[in-house]
Every structure is written in structure tokens, then in C-alpha cells.
Ligand binder design. Structure first.
Ligand code: CDP
Ligand code: CDP
Length: 230
């Protein structure tokens, strides 16, 4: 039997990390874990409990209630995709909407929140055979991952991709507000003190500004197979 590896995919917002991570996991028969969904679920909890609003977060109040937050991933029987559950409720749709997107980066700067998420992510990856995407997977969560990919694309390309996705679902959003959100999250994610978004020294860069989903998948599979064979 083939050896199982850990694949860490980090990078800027909306560049296609989860798309390629999901496809890689499917092809390799690995688990896919969307670490961003966990920060989004914590953010939804904060919004619902009035611990966040107008772009700000009551950090101490949120920290004091962290033990009340239970995040799980369950496979949808029809689509076979993982869906995010917050305290037993399916929140997969709601965590992708703009109110969450507009508060998630401030929530993700909180040291105690990150410590709890990282602990859970490391547990889920201890058997290997996992593809995880996020911002700090190759640098903090799995510094020993056999394959690390750092993805990026221009802000306009990324905003357009996110815009197309949301409008296809019938959401009323403007390109401008999406571009603002993408740039603002990149700024906060890259400049925060705890586990900032940065390329691990041993990560391979994948700029997919001009690649199709097929092309980026082929690139990633080739790299994964090299590491599995090693
Ligand atoms: O998919 P998208 O690029 O929009 O973002 P995401 O992966 O769902 O992550 C949402 C936010 O969670 C990011 O903008 C970060 O602020 C935070 N995040 C993080 O800090 N660390 C991670 N490992 C994953 C996400
Ligand atoms: O996880 P992350 O936020 O990095 O991005 P995503 O949700 O996987 O991808 C954002 C959008 O870009 C999705 O609608 C993808 O289908 C699309 N896309 C892509 O992932 N890769 C390309 N080469 C072109 C478009």
C-alpha cells in the first residue's frame, strides 16, 4: 500500500485553495479539511451572540465562550461533500455569506481562537492522508507536511471568481464590495501577529491567475505523486 502524506495548501483568499484541495483529496482518497470553515463557524457564533458587529469583535467575551462552540464536518449523503456544523446545525451556506466574510479576519487574529482551532486540526490530521487548506497550515498546523503548496492569483482575478460564485447562487453583491473584502482580509491575514499568512520556506508556489481548474489540479497531482513515491 502507498504511504500516506499530509498536504498543506495555504494562500490568499479566494484563489482556489479549497477547489484544488477537494479535488486532490478525492483523487488520492484522502480526507479534505477546510480550516477556513472553522474560523467562519466561530465567527457565525460571535455574530449570532452579538459578540461581533460592524467589523469589530468583543474578543474577551468570545474567548470566554469558546468552550460552547462545537464544530464538526459531516458528509452530505447526496453530494458526498463535507458540510460544516456548528453545535449540531448545518451552517455550510450561512458561513459563506458576506456578514461572516466581513468579520472572520478579526476573529482569526485572536490567539485563543487560533490555539483551539489548531489543536483540533492537528488531531484530524494525525493519521495523515489529509489535504488541509487555510493560511497557516504549512507554517503552524503541519510544519512537517510532506507537500506544501502556496497559492495565489491577482486580487482582481480572485474577486471575480468569488463574485461569479456568489452571483451564480443568486446573491446580491457588487464586484467592488467583494474586491474590498478580498483585499481587506489579505491585509489583516498577512499582518496579524499570531500565525500570519506567509509562504513556508519549503512551499511550492502556484500562481493560478491564468490556469484552469484542470491545469492546476494536474500540477498538484504530479507534485503529490512525487512526494508519495519518495
Ligand atoms: O475561502 P476564502 O479564501 O474566502 O477564506 P477561508 O479559507 O474560508 O478563510 C476565511 C478566513 O479565515 C481567512 O480570511 C482568515 O482570516 C481565516 N483563516 C485563518 O486565519 N487561518 C486558516 N488556517 C484559515 C482561515
Ligand atoms: O478556497 P479559496 O477561497 O482559495 O478558493 P475557492 O473557493 O476554491 O475558489 C474560488 C473560485 O475560483 C471557485 O468558484 C473556483 O471554481 C474558481 N476557480 C478556481 O478555483 N481555479 C481556477 N483556476 C479558476 C477558477
Amino acid at each position: 500500500e502507498n504511504k500516506k502524506i499530509v498536504i498543506a495548501i495555504d494562500g490568499h483568499s479566494s484563489c482556489g485553495k479549497s477547489t484544488v484541495a477537494k479535488q486532490l483529496a478525492q483523487q488520492l482518497g484522502y480526507i479534505y479539511l477546510d480550516s477556513g470553515a472553522m474560523y467562519r463557524a466561530v465567527t457565525l457564533f460571535a455574530l449570532r451572540n452579538k459578540l461581533a458587529s460592524n467589523g469589530t469583535v468583543d474578543e474577551q467575551a468570545l474567548i470566554s465562550r469558546l468552550a460552547e462552540i462545537k464544530i464538526e464536518f459531516r458528509v452530505n449523503a447526496t453530494t458526498k461533500q463535507n458540510e460544516t456544523y456548528l453545535n449540531g446545525e448545518n451552517v455550510e451556506e450561512e458561513i459563506r455569506q458576506l456578514p461572516v466574510a466581513n468579520h472572520v479576519s478579526p476573529v482569526a487574529t485572536i490567539r485563543e481562537v487560533r490555539a483551539e482551532m489548531v489543536k483540533q486540526q492537528q488531531l484530524m490530521g494525525q493519521e495523515k492522508g489529509i489535504v488541509m487548506d487555510g493560511r497557516d497550515i504549512g507554517t503552524v498546523v503541519f510544519p512537517n507536511a510532506e507537500l506544501k503548496i502556496f497559492m495565489t492569483a491577482s486580487p482582481e482575478v480572485r474577486a471575480q471568481r468569488r463574485y461569479d460564485e456568489l452571483t451564480a447562487k443568486g446573491q446580491q453583491v457588487s464586484f467592488e464590495e467583494i474586491l474590498n473584502n478580498v483585499e481587506e482580509r489579505d491585509r489583516i491575514d498577512s499582518s496579524r501577529e499570531v500565525s500570519p499568512l506567509k509562504q513556508a520556506d519549503d512551499a511550492l508556489i502556484l500562481d493560478n491567475s491564468h490556469l484552469t481548474r484542470e491545469e492546476q489540479l494536474q500540477w498538484a497531482i504530479t507534485k503529490a505523486q512525487e512526494r508519495i513515491a519518495k
